[in-house]
Design a protein around this ligand. Structure first.
Ligand code: ADP
Ligand code: MG
Length: 735
């Protein structure tokens, strides 16, 4: 059985009751398959000892005895310090919220201690440690040479509140014991041998419960290779399928409006006439190419030739006007009498597209009696509105539906869906992209059973992205697609000016923004998190144990500003004279809509947000983008966020405020932003700067999401997978 087919509910594993299942559900783990493919994000190697004296080389793992207990702080804030020694050095365990450790670890006991230590305030400290009691009263000498009983490599999983590492480890261990026997390999066994990869069963066991750090690493590489290999295989197959037998249309070069007009269908002509601006050269060319593709799809199927399916990736920098191109593609399809679906990654973006589509397309009749019928569908459109909408889609009374992934849920059937447009496609991930194509296909097949007419099994696909994949990877990642690029930006735009500001100097930025607001413009303020968690994170920081000083002395790691906190601060203390609003992914949909509407109409001047505004908000009057803790965002995200301004004719500015302890690469990344506004250049630099592990702590920017694999970090494995998948394909196809 393939691992993904193990759809046994996790409640079948002994020890998983409803409460635990509920916690796992928060991590999207419902089945044994989900659990076994919930990979650790890291491992902690406790097979080797490391003494306290060697703490600066990595995590300490040693036998130590408890020397004494001390306390600092008062009342509820009182915190226990346990002083230990392993014979090399003394160290201090800071026991935040764990006063009970005083009784558990009495003076004189011996423990196995594991954790990271650092030198602070004249002592070696740790506040994140694990221990195992070895004996209540004894000497460390007894444990000097023998392996400690908790010596092993421990998996570290991404957690959710209420679920601990050891719970996940325990349940995963049971699943491994009971269910991994029959796991099938999905790649040829010669490859496993040739490169020394584990077979699937062994890889799954070893990634969760490795015997050594090397074994964990090898398991990880094996799984990454498999992902990349399967991915490459599907790309090669699809590319071959598209190239053989399907007659790709001839492309015409179009540079002038007068060359484009004769190529347009009635509704496309109407839209062109109504536009208040001229299309850019690249927009015209792409529209011509897409027209040729779509026509080939319809006319080939009429002639009973092997149909041609468009599969095109449209890359164009933020603000280059891709939406309009998508609307032209939709109109072409509608003029052929078929349906389109436009998929967006967020509600905000979907809503915005739906409103634009209604405004721009509904009046277009193309000489018939009816205009374009548009609809908006997300998971939040509930029964009352949903049922008639689904019926209308199925009976062909809707021409274009716009929404989130709800568009492709099981119960959504189409009358004749011939074009699927995916906006910001990099946000969906490759696997999801396949699912969408598949669902698009099966929903049409379902409609066919209902005896509707004119069925093509594959809808044409137009994917759009402002996050260009670096050229060096494009072929491998998008090898099955035709790629169009919009390089020219609409006339009259001025490049956004980017300023780098060190944290501490925000005042300057706030004042510059005020001047813009006073001119009638608007601003965004973006923060890396929604709110400030109230649990103290484990950063020890106390002034040498003197209680009086320590009350406020426990510095919490939550120095990261949050959108909520800064909304309160900015609206009350900095800009009381302007109206501010707060928006993030937890803001409910109605409220989001209200806020955005008010922002569009300049009733709100300042939008405080998280990266939810990264895509889709298009307000030309906004001229300032302030991003605090900019080092926390990936380059692709920063570029997208900056693209929210500079959409009108006024000069816009982006302020990147960065923390004081910026890493070397962090500095380089921000310099790239300062230097360039070219998305393609930024993508290449991102690739260059992202060494292995570099992405950690930075919000994933992701060009495409696989499981464990990251095509950028794992580019060597990607190329290897490509080579092997190609060879396999040609061997099997006999060429
Ligand atoms: P993106 O490529 O980032 O998706 P959009 O499609 O959102 O860009 O377009 C950004 C803005 O530019 C929109 O307000 C759109 O109406 C406008 N726009 C699109 N094409 C042109 C053009 N040729 N000339 C002027 N403005 C344009
Ligand atoms: Mg867009």
């Amino acid at each position: 059985m393939k691992i993904r087919e193990m759809e046994i509910p996790i409640t079948h594993i002994s020890g998983v009751g409803p409460a635990l299942a509920g916690l796992f559900a928060r991590l999207n783990i419902f089945t044994v398959s989900d659990l076994l493919t919930y990979y650790p994000r890291d491992w902690e190697d406790r097979t080797q000892r490391r003494s306290i004296a060697e703490f600066s080389y990595g995590k300490v793992h040693t036998a130590a005895s408890v020397v004494s207990h001390e306390w600092f702080g008062f009342g509820r804030m009182k915190t226990l310090k346990i002083i230990i020694t392993d014979g090399t050095e003394r160290a201090v365990l800071i026991c935040f919220n764990r006063p009970f450790l005083q009784k558990m670890l009495p003076v004189g006991c011996v423990i196995s201690i594991s954790g990271s230590f650092s030198f602070r305030y004249g002592e070696i400290q740790s506040s994140s440690f694990d221990f195992l009691l070895l004996c209540e009263k004894g000497s460390i000498a007894e444990f000097k040479n023998a392996a400690l009983p908790d010596s092993a490599v421990y998996s570290i999983y991404p957690l959710t509140t209420g679920l601990s590492q050891s719970q996940i480890r325990k349940i995963t261990a049971k699943a491994i014991l009971n269910y991994t026997k029959g796991i099938e390999d999905e790649i040829p066994s010669e490859l496993l041998e040739k490169y020394g990869f584990f077979n699937k069963q062994k890889a799954i066991q070893a990634i969760h419960m490795p015997k050594s750090a090397e074994e964990a690493e090898r398991a990880k590489r094996s799984i990454i290779f498999e992902e990349l290999y399967l991915f490459q295989k599907s790309i090669i197959e699809r590319a071959a399928e598209r190239k053989s037998g399907m007659t790709a249309p001839a492309q015409k070069t179009v540079t002038l409006k007068k060359d484009l007009i004769p190529l347009l269908s009635p509704r496309q002509k109407e839209l062109l006439e109504r536009l208040p601006f001229e299309l850019t050269k690249d927009q015209m060319q792409v529209i011509a190419d897409i027209n040729a593709d779509i026509d080939a799809g319809f006319s080939n199927s009429e002639k009973k030739n092997r149909p041609f399916y468009m599969a095109r990736l449209l890359q164009g920098d933020v603000g280059s006007g891709k939406t309009l191109v998508a609307f032209f593609a939709a109109l072409r399809t509608i003029d052929w009498g078929a349906q389109c679906a436009l998929l967006a990654p967020t509600e905000i973006l979907a809503k915005q597209h739906a409103e634009n589509a209604a405004r721009l397309m509904e009046p277009l009749t193309g000489g018939t009696e009816k205009g374009v019928r548009t609809a908006f569908l997300t998971g939040n459109v509930k029964n009352k509105g949903r049922i008639p909408l689904l019926q209308a889609l199925q009976s062909g009374d809707i021409d274009i539906v716009i929404g989130t992934h709800a568009l492709f849920s099981k119960n959504v059937l189409y009358y004749n869906l011939k074009l699927v447009i995916i906006d910001e496609q990099h946000r969906f991930g490759v696997v999801q992209r396949n699912t969408i194509i598949h669902k698009g296909r099966s929903s049409v097949v379902a409609a066919q059973k209902l005896k509707t007419q004119n069925i093509l099994e594959n809808p044409a696909l137009l994917m759009m992205s402002a996050t260009p994949i670096p050229q060096t990877l494009a072929h491998t990642v998008y090898g099955d697609l035709d790629v169009s690029v919009i390089k020219s930006v609409p006339e009259g735009r001025k490049p956004v000016r980017t300023h780098l500001t060190r944290a501490g100097n925000e005042k300057h930025v706030y004042e510059t923004v005020r001047a813009e607001l006073q001119k009638g413009h608007q601003a965004y303020f973006v923060y890396p998190r929604i709110d400030t968690p109230d649990v103290p994170e484990e950063t020890p920081h106390n002034e040498g144990g003197s209680p009086a000083k320590d009350i406020g002395g426990i510095q919490r790691k939550n120095t990261l500003k949050s959108a909520e906190q800064m909304y309160a601060f900015l609206s009350q203390h900095v800009y009381p004279e302007f109206s501010c609003a707060l928006i993030h992914s937890k803001t409910n949909e109605d409220e989001q809509n209200d806020i955005l509407r008010l922002f569009y109409t300049n009733k709100i001047q300042i939008l405080v947000a998280t990266s939810v505004v990264e895509v889709g908000v298009d307000v030309p009057n906004a001229t300032c983008m302030v991003i605090e803790h900019a080092e926390r965002f990936g380059l692709a995200a920063l570029h997208q966020l900056r693209g929210r301004v500079g959409r009108g004719s006024a000069q816009s500015a982006c302020f990147l405020i960065y923390g004081t302890n910026l890493s070397e690469t962090g500095t380089k990344r921000l310099k790239v932003m300062h230097k360039s506004t070219d998305g393609f250049f930024i993508a290449e630099e991102d690739l260059r700067l992202r060494g292995p592990g570099e992405a950690e702590g930075i919000q994933q920017s992701g060009y495409l999401t696989l499981g464990l694999a990251d095509p950028i970090r794992d580019k060597e494995l990607l190329h290897l997978a490509r080579k092997e998948a190609e060879r396999d394909f040609y061997l099997n196809s006999g060429t």
